[in-house]
Design a protein around this ligand. Structure first.
Ligand code: NAD
Length: 295
């Protein structure tokens, strides 16, 4: 059994760490919020700081909100870098900037340690069911060494390329998800305003060419008004900013992504940044002055 670390025990990190603990690994835990009590069982051990986690564990996983959080946990006071030694491995499973990831990897490599970026897709449901899609960037040999641990948390696990490429893949994922949510929202709004029952429309479309996981899961959330996260609008705004800032640097236009980001901004401006991203439909409803369902 390996000595592992897990830093960031929120909606995603807590169930992911639980799978590593359940498999019998010794897991050193740290998070800014209180460590969930149900995680502190068997081979799990609370640690006072990211530095202590890095001193005690050989492979350190992180699942943090945003790029500045990862920077702070790695290189801030009592950070991971201060506790690392040669041969250890840092695995960042947060969704953050691909460019900054390359810099973080270089700085960690300079300490004699390995680095993988390994963001995920599949949400809270996938984290709990250990069925996450994991998109990895980093050296082949390091990927092969960590892969059995990824297999405890996910199913579709791909080495996309070098450091940063896992994060680039995740940004691409978030573009597709955001545009699908906007498309489903517009379709259900149109149907509802025209007098059709959006629940029936969703049911009918699930059998045809417009079927998708987003129509299934987020479409249902829109109709049933179950907007508790899930994946927070604020976090998806962060991902679309990564896409649009990256596109600006690369000199490419992403007009649909820009549109979806504006709709999310409408949600945030109306106090909805902590709702699930399916609540993007609310921005369309506000503009149409027509809710597709009550609630
Ligand atoms: P969350 O806000 O629920 O959890 C983040 C955790 O990080 C919290 O427990 C917080 O205490 C901890 N944290 C923050 N700063 C810290 C610090 N300095 N030191 C130690 N711990 C710190 O967020 P989440 O929904 O679990 O998302 C985590 C990452 O996964 C994000 O990058 C997000 O974009 C990505 N993601 C989320 C989902 C989802 O459906 N929620 C799906 C795929 C990817």
């Amino acid at each position: 059994m390996s000595k592992l670390g897990f830093i960031g025990l929120g909606i995603m990190g807590a169930p992911m760490a639980a799978h590593l603990i359940k498999a019998g690994h010794e897991v050193f835990l740290n998070t800014r919020s209180k460590i969930p009590a149900d995680l502190l069982t068997g081979s799990a051990i609370a640690s006072a700081s990211p530095r202590e986690v890095a001193e005690r564990a050989d492979i350190i996983f992180m699942m943090l909100p945003d790029t500045p959080d990862v920077d702070k946990v790695l290189f801030g006071e009592n950070g991971v870098a201060a506790g690392l030694s040669k041969g250890k491995t840092v695995v960042d499973m947060s969704s953050i900037s691909p460019m900054d990831t390359k810099t973080f990897a270089q700085k960690i490599n300079a300490l004699g340690a390995d680095y993988l970026d390994a963001p995920v897709s599949g949400g809270e449901v996938g984290a709990k069911a250990a069925s996450l899609t994991i998109m990895v960037g980093g050296p082949d040999a390091v990927f092969e060494r960590v892969k059995p641990l990824f297999e405890l948390m996910g199913k579709n696990i791909t080495l996309v390329g070098g450091n940063g490429d896992g994060q680039t893949c995740k940004v691409a994922n978030q573009i597709i998800v955001a545009l699908n949510i906007a498309a489903v929202g517009e379709a259900l709004l149109f149907a509802s305003k025209a007098g059709a029952d959006p629940a029936k429309v969703r049911q009918a479309l699930m059998g045809g060419f417009a079927a998708s996981r987003i129509l299934e899961v987020h479409g249902e959330r829109m109709i049933k008004r179950t907007f508790a996260p899930g994946f927070r609008i604020g976090l998806h705004q962060k991902d679309l900013s990564l896409a649009l800032n990256g596109a600006r640097a690369l000199g490419v236009a992403l007009p649909q992504t820009a549109g979806a980001a504006q709709l999310m901004q409408v949600c945030s401006a109306n106090g909805m940044q902590d709702l699930d991203h399916s609540a993007l439909v609310r921005s369309l409803e506000l503009m149409a002055n027509h809710p597709i369902a009550k609630g």
